[in-house]
Design a protein around this ligand. Structure first.
Ligand code: PMM
Length: 289
């Protein structure tokens, strides 16, 4: 592989410090367990840990701000203190401010700044990295907001408006990562179309994050005898998505099972690098003739 090979896709490990996330709710609510889980995922090859204290599973209600802070702060403080690159999954600017003080590097706002209009300003002031996702409404209403005529251009257009809000607040473009928000106001077909057309997001020039891990559309795909595959049985399909997305050149995949996606991303990145190398050599062969 040539020295100039592009950086491979990163694997972001999910640390849900919640009692009710759809796939791992309650498993890591104890801060000590969440921290140990984070360390374990780093040892498996996670580049970043995404710590969240508020579930966004369909139907979930909001968690009070102080509860969210109590859940995430000790985990962020410890893992960032040990040198981990930490992202925090929050829609609240006040929570973002506190976790940045505690050492977080990335703010992962699944609402793209829509849930708290102070978020773009806070991110601009602090100069941190921000993940801006496509979103149409909170978890209790989002399934009713999944109507699209042409999902890819509509999501791309709405996401671009959110990016503009962050830029207008003074956030540097190189601090922004975009995410089409799989499962957020999207049904299964919409998620597959967004994956199929991930180039639309890559062509914006912003780094792209994909969060397919254990989501319902994978459970539907793997359904047997009318029964959806359980979330923890969706990890191999998640890894397959990770390989495909790495091959397309996304910046990161956000997953629950890090080990599977680390291997999968290596496969996708190797194919990508080989294609780039062979394109390069056929170009130089043409130039020589
Ligand atoms: N999905 C979930 C939570 N946070 N953040 C980003 N940027 N993208 C996602 O797709 C995403 C997210 C829902 O999954 P979880 O409840 O298992 O964490």
């Amino acid at each position: 592989m040539s020295a100039a090979a592009p950086a491979a896709t990163r694997v972001i490990g999910v640390v849900n410090v919640t009692p009710d996330s759809f796939s791992d709710g309650g498993q890591w609510l104890d801060p000590e367990l969440a921290i140990a889980h984070g360390r374990h995922m780093l040892a498996q090859g996670a580049a970043i840990l995404d710590v969240g204290g508020e579930s966004t599973r369909p139907g979930a209600g909001r968690v009070p701000e102080d509860v969210e802070l109590d859940r995430v702060l000790p985990v962020v403080r410890e893992l960032a203190g040990e040198g981990a690159a930490v992202s925090v999954d929050t829609m609240r600017a006040a929570v973002a401010a506190r976790v940045l003080d505690a050492g977080a590097h990335y703010i992962n706002d699944v609402s793209g700044g829509l849930a708290d209009r102070d978020m773009p300003r806070l991110v601009a002031e602090r100069g941190c990295e921000v993940i801006v996702s496509h979103w149409r409404g909170h978890a209790d209403v989002m399934n009713g907001l999944a109507d699209y005529t042409h999902v890819v251009p509509e999501v791309a257009g709405e996401l671009s408006a959110r990016v503009e809000a962050f830029l207008a607040a003074g956030v540097r473009p190189d601090r922004i990562i975009v995410d089409p928000g799989l499962g957020f106001a999207k049904d299964g077909g919409a998620n597959w179309e967004l994956l199929a057309h991930v180039e639309t997001f890559l062509e914006t020039g912003y780094r792209v994050l994909i969060g397919a891990s254990r989501k319902r559309f994978l459970g539907e795909l793997l359904e047997r005898d009318g029964v959806l595959a359980l979330p923890t049985y969706r990890d191999r399909a998640t890894a397959a998505v990770s390989a495909l997305m790495a091959e397309r050149g996304v910046w990161a995949v956000r997953v629950h099972d890090v080990a599977g996606s680390v291997d999968a991303v290596r496969v996708g990145s190797a194919v990508r690098a080989a294609r780039r190398d062979s394109l390069g050599s056929s170009r130089s062969e043409r130039e020589m003739t």
